[in-house]
Design a protein around this ligand. Sequence first.
Ligand code: P71
Length: 475
Amino acid sequence: MQNPQSPTPSTLRTTGQQLRRRSWAEPYKIKMVEPLKMTNAEQRKRALIDAGYNTFLLRSEDVYIDLLTDSGTSAMSENQWAGLMLGDEAYAGSKNFYNLEASVGRYYGFKHLIPTHQGRGAEHILSQIMIQPGDTVPGNMYFTTTRFHQEKAGAAFVDVIIDEAHDPSVELPFKGNVDLNKLEKVLKGASRIPYVCLAATVNMAGGQPVSMANVRACHELCSRYGVPIMMDATRAVENAWFIKCREPGYADKSCAEILREFCSYTDGATMSGKKDALVNIGGWLSLNDDSLAEKARNMVVLYEGLHTYGGMAGRDMEAMARGIEESVQDDHMRARIGQVEYLGDLLKSAGVPIVLPVGGHAVYLDARRFYPEMPQDAFPAQMLAAELYLDAGVRAMERGVVSAGRDPRTGQHRFPKLELVRLTIPRRVYTQAHMDVVAESVEAVFLQKDKPEGLRLSYEPEYLRFFQARFEPIS
Ligand code: P71
């Protein structure tokens, strides 16, 4: 028997021919189930046509395995559900707020907590209180909502992630790291930098982590220039787990200890509780600086709600307080990241082209290599997501030319380097058999002899087109 505390998850399938004894499985059993509708190919074809070949427009009832996102889709524990019954729905000073404040303080270590309805609510408040028009905000790759709020407040976003993050085939343990030379150049050159935005992990790079050495170095560099670091803590616990598994000196530390140390090199954080924190809705902004926190508390009442609920019901704050505590448990993270890795390993050993290494929350398929003949303006990733749904009812998310949108100046499509489909794994929701079905379906679609020709747009909305655009097959 292997050491059951070994941080490296192992599976029978990942070791190829060599049979190894499995050292872990999920640290929970299932008490309540949500039945799934089984569909046949004809029903899925009908549903896909009705949805305009856009997986965002499918009814969730018509989906068998839903890998659209890990946001707000996790299963809560009995302890969290019990917490819902203890909701104190007082307008002001709910006891659940104080529980949430204590939980964030204990596990993330920040001084002030301002609750918000979800992550983008916190991004909005932070951007409004810190950014002035003409500012520059450096960050390790953009995220859609984060950059939107920075730009809306008048800042220009500058990407300072390492170059390798943009290449799906380069395998590095910490592909989310900041390039310190790029960052120092921006710190030297820009007229005003309100803060550096540090995401841990980096969603758009494939869920790639940042090392402790890198955040420490960022902290030292930024301190020399007097610039604070604001973290996107949405998946920071997953980041901590990668540090435990991959960074020398951290194997014997707990995920909770690593998270605290990581946060100690930053000055505050925005958080979407819908991911790591195992709840369906909620978020927060945390700050160490007293006067900034005062400003945030004042602004939150305009957009979110009173500073002791910020758009959340008391019961939701209680579920998040408890979810945070569960999220930092090593056994939970081992199973969580292990399941994503399991799916990645199945696909890798079947020769399916995926982004490497496999990140924290999702496996990303390289759509170009599924359809090498298909031009990018026939939307290969959109087509692949549609084909995956048709094959076995698996729903994924396009992350390619449709998501990138049009250049506002020329009106032409933006053609991103990465043309990807994201298979995002909700936490504690699906079983290993579900992952097997997903891998078999993806492999079948990859090996299809008759490749589709692609799609053309039949309706295109003005903003964030990937949500509502409609398509039809070229042939
Ligand atoms: C994801 C989401 C949800 C989403 C957002 C926009 C388009 C499609 C799907 C949300 C994040 C995130 C990071 C790193 C902030 C937010 C916003 N991700 N930072 O991946 O991943 O949080 O959704 O609670 O407002 O599907 P919010």
